[in-house]
Design a protein around this ligand. Structure first.
Ligand SMILES: Nc1ncnc2c1ncn2[C@@H]1O[C@H](COP(=O)(O)OP(=O)(O)OP(=O)(O)O)[C@@H](O)[C@H]1O
Ligand SMILES: [Mg+2]
Length: 513
């Protein structure tokens, strides 16, 4: 069951990554083809040239010929030219890999941001910001590692193995067939390890996210922890999460050690057998020395690539485990959606109407918060909602801003159904001041200007100078650091704790109630 889940997640992760890679197909193709060509030029042809030199040397020794550099100068030139071409190919393809990855990292980051921003309040209430940040970073890092591995390990490995077997087929077909069988056995054994290891990578990624979330939660509430003397409790709590992460790491490391051991036994064993077989062939069947060199050289090439396969396995598993959580989030369709054909905003005067509204939080589906709620607020009218704690006052404001959708009835402003317009249009017409002060870690000017994004500096300054508990021109000028801004606005918002925050811009919006 677990395996089915991880394989489908893996497929979804690859599908998402491919969707982005496809956007930069030329870069991807140059990077991939360049890598394969560079391996052929720099690693596959040179051993063939060296084997030719050996062959010539052996012939010269056997026939007591005098040796001159000119006998080998042609080979030398070829060798040097190939190295040069290989170097140019690697550099060019590296440039395209960088270009591909930097573009895609930016695109994915932007899309994750938009996707998270489009999610409902419930989505964000159910998740901790620190965990989402960690999952975003892991998703980006995972793309980069997978792409690096594909271009710099998978392509060179496949090219090396295919090219070596083709050359060996021409040189000694029985040996080439043995080699093919060795590669097939190795890959089939190691593929089983991928499936075995994957759940452990996934578990570790989850434990890491939990640890990051706990850390971020504690850091953002450090003042509260101190005020409540919760230091020891928090420290113990954090250690529990670190302990879980440590345990997951331990389990994964044991699996990785088993994988590496299996790989090591196979690759080293095969190298020993090749040398032994080659030496026996030279001594018993007078095998040509240049052929022995070729066999050993290509075998070494293949074995090195196979050995890298185990590292590749570990990295791929780790990357897919890291990406899994964000892949799942990518699959979440926002609860509150914009209409497919949004109406043009017609709200001008501000008449609010709730007509026969029914709403229940999903946790309390059987016990609806509102049933048949009707309410009318005239333009400019000031209304105070009075009710017991938990009566639904805040929920009414959230429904008006369409943070959640109602189940029945209609909410309209100036006769226009709020569900018929784009959410951002609706919210741009409503000034909302929550019970808790909302502050960004940005300058005071930016915090004040947020009520009217794009407001001119002079307007912001004028508002800052208005007589409010904290906003004096002197304090505005001084307050340029985000934390000072937060301190200043916290006290302002705290004293307001209602519908309008003194000193926050609001040119286009109306304040309800
Ligand atoms: N995100 C949520 N998920 C589930 N239930 C919720 C959620 N938010 C509020 N509730 C529940 O809905 C009811 C109304 O909550 P609401 O916050 O609207 O009340 P309120 O009148 O504003 O209370 P207070 O005076 O304490 O601010 C409460 O029972 C509350 O527990
Ligand atoms: Mg409330």
């Amino acid at each position: 069951m677990k395996i089915i889940k991880t394989t489908s997640l893996t497929r979804r992760t690859f599908a998402i990554y491919w969707r982005y890679t496809r956007r930069y197909l030329p870069e991807f193709l140059v990077a991939s083809v360049g890598s394969g060509l560079a391996v052929i030029v720099q690693s596959m042809i040179p051993p063939y040239i060296v084997a030719r030199i050996f062959s010539k040397l052996q012939y010269a020794y056997a026939h007591h010929q005098a040796l001159h550099f000119s006998m080998f100068s042609g080979y030398f030139t070829w060798f040097a030219v190939l190295m040069l071409i290989g170097m140019v190919l690697w550099r060019v393809q590296s440039y395209f890999v960088w270009k591909l990855e930097e573009n895609i990292r930016r695109d994915i980051a932007n899309d994750i941001y938009d996707h998270l921003q489009a999610q409902s309040q419930r989505f964000h209430a159910d998740r901790f910001g620190g965990a989402l940040v960690s999952q975003t970073n892991k998703f980006l890092g995972s793309y980069e590692r997978l792409m690096d591995d594909f271009i710099w390990t998978v392509i060179p490995s496949v090219t090396t193995i295919v090219a070596a077997i083709v050359i060996l087929l021409l040189v000694s077909w029985p040996y080439a067939l043995i080699m093919l069988a060795v590669v097939a056995v190795y890959l089939s054994l190691m593929s089983r390890r991928i499936v075995r290891q994957m759940p452990h990578n996934l578990a570790l990624a989850q434990r890491e996210s939990e640890q990051t979330a706990t850390l971020a939660d504690a850091i953002t509430n450090m003042g509260t922890i101190r005020a409540f003397a919760g230091d020891r409790y928090e420290s113990k709590r954090f250690r529990q999460y670190s302990g879980r992460q440590h345990a997951a790491y331990r389990k994964l490391s044991i699996e990785a050690l088993k994988t590496d051991s299996l790989s090591h036994v196979q690759t080293n064993g095969f190298q020993i057998i090749t040398l032994l077989g080659g030496l026996l062939a030279v001594t018993t069947y007078s095998l040509n020395v240049s052929l022995l060199y070729l066999l050993i050289s290509y075998t070494q090439n293949i074995v090195n690539r196979l050995w890298e396969f185990s590292r590749l396995l570990r990295n791929t598993n780790r990357s897919l485990g890291d990406a899994a959580e964000m892949t799942e989030i990518f699959g979440i369709i926002p609860e509150v959606k914009d209409p497919t054909k949004p109406e043009k905003l017609a709200m001008r005067r501000g008449e609010v109407k709730f007509q026969d509204v029914a709403f229940a939080y999903p946790e309390n589906q059987d016990d609806a918060l509102f049933k048949g709620l009707s309410l009318k607020i005239k333009p400019g009218e000031k209304v105070g909602l009075v009710g017991p704690s938990g009566g639904g006052k805040t929920t009414i404001t959230k429904l008006l801003l369409r943070f959640m959708d109602i189940e029945k009835g209609q909410i309209s402003i100036d006769g226009q159904n709020i569900a018929a317009v784009k959410q951002s249009d609706l919210r741009s017409r409503v000034a909302y001041v929550s019970q808790e002060p909302i502050l960004f870690h940005r300058s005071l000017a930016e915090n004040i200007g947020y009520g009217d994004i794009g407001a001119e500096q002079a307007v912001i300054e004028a508002i800052a100078k208005k007589p409010t508990p904290t906003s004096s021109s002197a304090s505005y000028r001084k307050v340029t650091k985000p934390w000072l801004a937060n301190a200043a606005l916290s006290s302002a918002a705290g004293s307001a704790s209602g519908w309008r925050l003194p000193g926050r811009c609001s040119r286009t919006r109306r304040s309800w109630c």
